[in-house]
Ligand binder design. Structure first.
Ligand code: AMP
Ligand code: MG
Length: 286
């Protein structure tokens, strides 16, 4: 069962800013305009980067514990507007983590086969097994975001999905999955800067999609769709965090801190050896 970040024991003084303030309490009406994408928690970049380095090492150990214990499952959901930093979070928060223990599942436009099934079909098979951590780069939430904004299905169809999603995530949590969901919140001004970089920097041009400009024109509709998601699907078993994401270094720090806090709250332990090892002598090589 998920233990909310609020129930996690913290090392006194280790993190003066709890991540609780970015966590959406269940049944809150979220107004994104009131949440500052440029927030840096009063930190400077240098300090934030040092802390991230420390969190990377703790995450490395926690992931190893998760794998060694082989019981629990961890699902991290990343959602954002284009250029919001999903790829950057995956690179920098999980820096140093054993790649054998973490999988990334990215969800783009559904295939014909996927569209022939219910919208949770394609995501369910990518959920973590025992001892695994999976990161969703986009997720089932697209089915109440792009699908809603672009009216890809009638209102009566997408409007039922919040309830399905809450119940489905409850199922995963009941079966031992810790779920953390992050909305990387950037401002339209910052997106304009990043899109221009993508257009102009040969190392980033491959990421540029003309279609992303269409999504940008629908910014207000997307924010309304995100507000509905955050207001209706942040639950005790699968909380949302709204991460200030205009500063990449702060964004990474917030995600890493929330993740480390939640994993430490699981109080995992290395399994004991299968037999008493105290008298075992390592023999000379033959
Ligand atoms: P990206 O993550 O930037 O590579 O882009 C993936 C694209 O797939 C985005 O434009 C998403 O909006 C789109 N996408 C993801 N899931 C769905 C979905 N269920 N229905 C329609 N489009 C989707
Ligand atoms: Mg894209």
């Amino acid at each position: 069962m998920y233990r909310g970040a609020g129930a996690v024991c913290r090392r006194p003084g280790a993190y003066p800013f709890g991540m609780d303030r970015y966590r959406i309490a269940p049944d809150t009406t979220v107004n994104l305009a009131a949440l500052d994408p440029g927030d840096t928690g009063g930190l400077r970049e240098k300090e934030a980067r040092e802390r991230l380095g420390e969190l990377n090492r703790r995450l490395e150990t926690l992931q190893e514990l998760l794998y060694a214990e082989g019981k629990r499952k961890v699902l991290v959901v990343l959602q954002a507007m284009d250029t919001g930093g999903k790829d950057g979070v995956i690179r920098r928060v999980f820096d140093g983590v054993n790649p054998q223990g973490v999988k990334v599942a990215a969800f783009g436009r559904p295939t014909e086969e996927e569209l022939a099934h219910d919208y949770l079909w394609r995501v369910h098979r990518h959920t973590p097994g025992a001892g695994q951590m999976v990161i969703f780069n986009r997720s089932h939430y697209e089915d109440v975001l792009v699908v809603r904004v672009r009216a890809l299905v009638p209102d009566s169809v997408w409007s039922r999905r919040y309830r399905h999603i809450n119940e489905w995530e409850h199922l995963l949590a009941d079966e031992g999955t810790t779920i953390l969901k992050f909305f990387l919140h950037i401002s339209p001004e910052e997106q304009a800067i990043r899109l221009a970089e993508r257009r102009d920097d040969p190392a980033k041009q491959w990421k540029f999609r003309r279609g992303d400009l269409e999504e940008r024109r629908l910014w207000t509709s997307y924010m309304a769709a995100y507000e509905a998601v955050l207001s209706r699907t942040s639950t005790p078993w699968a909380p949302w965090f709204v991460v200030p994401a205009d500063r990449k270094w702060y964004r990474d720090l917030v995600v890493a801190t929330a993740l480390v806090e939640a994993l430490e709250g699981l109080q995992m332990a290395y399994p004991p050896p299968a037999e008493d090892l105290s008298g075992i002598v390592i023999p000379p090589a033959g």
